[in-house]
Design a protein. Structure first.
Length: 601
């Protein structure tokens, strides 16, 4: 019953009293309301009178679940948490931090944050705005908020789960109350995440059981197709797709090996948009598996258990476990299993351990420290293989039931041996046209073309960073979009590394590409990169931005993306006549308006 209706129903309270009561109730959280309700009820029993509980006249609180995701894992976990909440009768909504209105934070009573950490302890792109707000002077005190934080990361990196730690610490500083200890989870996170989520929901259930029909609401992001029938295939159930085309698109003398790959989605029902990624599972190299078993004196047909699944150790190493990317937990567990004192000492020095594993794959470590251990000990030391994500290089408006990729093959020599990347080596060396590969679509709703086809776009994608922009151009052509398109592309050499040269030149000739600026860094004495080309076009870049253009960056996160961003800030300062702080604010506003988007790795 609403307080405003009490007067019309012969309430014993005056209008002024009702107004005062309503004002008090509006400032209470559900726990405080329940306490006041009990207090008033006890008083009424003593007085022999009937009262109306304030809790009965206010709407029940709901749970907000925010995620910050770089590869989709945090999003999936947030959605799974909402399902758990619904099963307990809790109303929950799931939101990408990029789409969350920060003005709403002061009204939240129950909040769960699920976030990954990116780069050198930085928040993922989608979480940057919310992170900045939380650490700004504008953020309110949050004494009435109850929260929990779940972090995803990789222990191979120095700043493991730092974004989650930052969120947790900051919310506490603002007066919020943690209802569950933060969990910092490594790459193989699923089991621990399930347990953590179940515990949080159980804790919140008594306070958040809804009066209305329970619902777990997932907010649809702009550009998300919610009308079509969803495919039955997903990360948990990948589709066995046929490899159509595998073509090297760099020259014989190139220092890079880049492949153009075309995969059939057949009748899978899988659909994607420009900006999305393709998740891909791979098989480990047979020779790598054989040598690993020889070094540990393990018979290939030895049975082992992976969770509840029983299989041979050879199957586990080939199909299920990570053998290329090394990580601290392997060194620690392998050292214990083999009783290796040198590795144990190394594992205790985190900085030295990170430097050690950064140079080595799993086999390098075992080659240096062969040991007689059991098959189960070896399996227990390894973590579950994670699928690799590749930016999609095609538009379905152009290629229908196909999906195209632009893959740089990881290949290098170290410690006297040739090393291959897990997925890129699988695609380049061990698959043939007609073979099957397990895939799924990973949405990236924070890397999307403008909804208005008249809007101009600036695309900066050196190397394999060109992949999503090939998809953008195909889509813009299919939609007959009138907006201008400007592409910046770079690589070492014009003659060896000009990816999709003919396509881009045809787009330029047809007018689809308004401008094409190229930076071939090694074709002259002085190295020229895409950021240099940007700076050479400072005035026009500024004009396009001032006229509403959207700007996109794809590619290397550690150097290129940072250099490009610094160049953009310089352009904004110099041509836009702004201070350094104003330039930062300008770029931040572009990001908030989704006019500045990055797909970097």
């Amino acid at each position: 019953m609403l307080l405003s209706s009490l007067v019309a129903q012969a309430s014993p309270l005056s209008e002024q009293q009702i107004s005062q009561l309503q004002n008090v109730v509006s400032q209470l959280n559900p726990i405080q309301q329940a306490w006041v309700s009990g207090y008033l009820a006890a008083g009424a029993q003593l007085a022999g009178q009937r009262v109306i509980s304030p809790a009965a006249v206010t709407a029940s609180a709901s749970l907000t679940i925010l995620f910050g995701s770089q590869t989709g894992n945090a999003r999936h976990l947030a959605e799974a948490l909402a399902v758990k909440a619904k099963a307990k009768g809790i109303n929950a909504k799931v939101l990408d931090m990029a789409d969350y209105k920060t003005s709403q934070l002061k009204h939240e009573q129950y909040l769960i944050i699920v976030t990954s950490t990116y780069g050198e302890g930085e928040p993922p792109e989608s979480a940057q705005g919310f992170y900045n707000f939380l650490f700004s002077k504008k953020v309110p005190q949050l004494a009435g908020l109850k929260y929990a934080v779940l972090g995803l990361g990789d222990t191979s990196y120095e700043f493991f789960c730092k974004t989650a730690q930052d969120f947790d610490q900051r919310l506490t500083e603002l007066g919020a109350t943690s209802v569950q200890s933060r969990a910092d989870l490594d790459v193989d996170y699923q089991v621990e995440a399930d347990h953590w989520g179940a515990a949080v929901v159980t804790i919140l259930e008594p306070e958040l059981t809804a009066n209305t029909t329970p619902s777990a609401q997932v907010i649809a992001w702009p550009g998300t197709d919610t009308t079509g029938v969803a495919s039955q295939y997903s990360k948990q159930k990948p589709y066995a797709a046929e490899l159509y085309t595998l073509q090297k698109i760099t020259g014989r003398q190139s220092t890079k090996d880049v492949r153009h790959i075309e995969i059939s989605l057949g009748n899978s029902g899988l659909s994607y948009q420009p900006g999305d990624a393709l998740g891909l599972y791979f098989l480990n190299e047979p020779q790598l598996v054989r040598e690993l078993l020889l070094l540990t004196a393990i018979s290939p047909d030895t049975p082992v258990n992976l969770g509840s699944v029983s299989l041979t150790v050879q199957q586990a190493l080939t199909e299920q476990l990570e053998l290329t990317q090394s990580y601290p937990a392997f060194v620690e567990k392998y050292a214990r299993a083999s009783n290796n004192l040198a590795l144990s000492a190394l594992a205790s020095d985190k900085a030295a351990l990170r430097a050690y594993i950064n140079e080595r794959q799993i086999l390098d470590i075992v080659r240096e420290h062969p040991a007689l251990i059991s098959a189960q000990q070896l399996v227990n030391a390894l973590r579950k293989q994670q699928p690799r994500l590749y930016s999609i290089a095609s538009s379905q408006a152009e290629v229908a039931d196909e999906v195209h990729l632009t893959v740089g093959v990881v290949r290098y020599n170290a410690f006297g041996n040739t090393h291959l990347g897990g997925a890129s080596g699988f695609l380049a060396e061990r698959l043939a046209e007609g073979d099957k590969v397990k895939v799924f679509i990973e949405q990236n709703n924070n890397f999307r073309l403008p909804e208005n086809d008249d809007t101009a776009i600036i695309m900066i994608g050196p190397g394999t960073g060109i992949a999503p922009f090939r998809a953008f151009l195909q889509e813009r052509e299919a939609r007959a979009a009138s907006g201008k398109n400007w592409l910046f592309f770079g690589n070492p050499h014009f003659t060896q590394d000009f990816l999709y040269q003919l396509e881009l030149q045809n787009y330029l000739k047809s007018g689809l590409l308004t401008k094409l600026d190229l930076a071939f860094s090694r074709d002259q004495a002085e190295k020229i990169y895409v950021q240099d080309k940007l700076y050479q076009n400072s005035r026009e870049i500024w004009q396009w931005l001032e006229q509403g253009a959207h700007l996109y960056i794809c590619g290397d996160a550690n150097r290129m993306a940072k250099d490009v961003q610094q160049t953009l800030l310089t352009i904004i300062q110099q041509v836009g006549s702004k201070t350094a702080e104003q330039a930062e604010q300008y770029l931040e506003q572009l990001r908030i308006e989704k006019r500045y988007q990055k797909d970097i790795y």
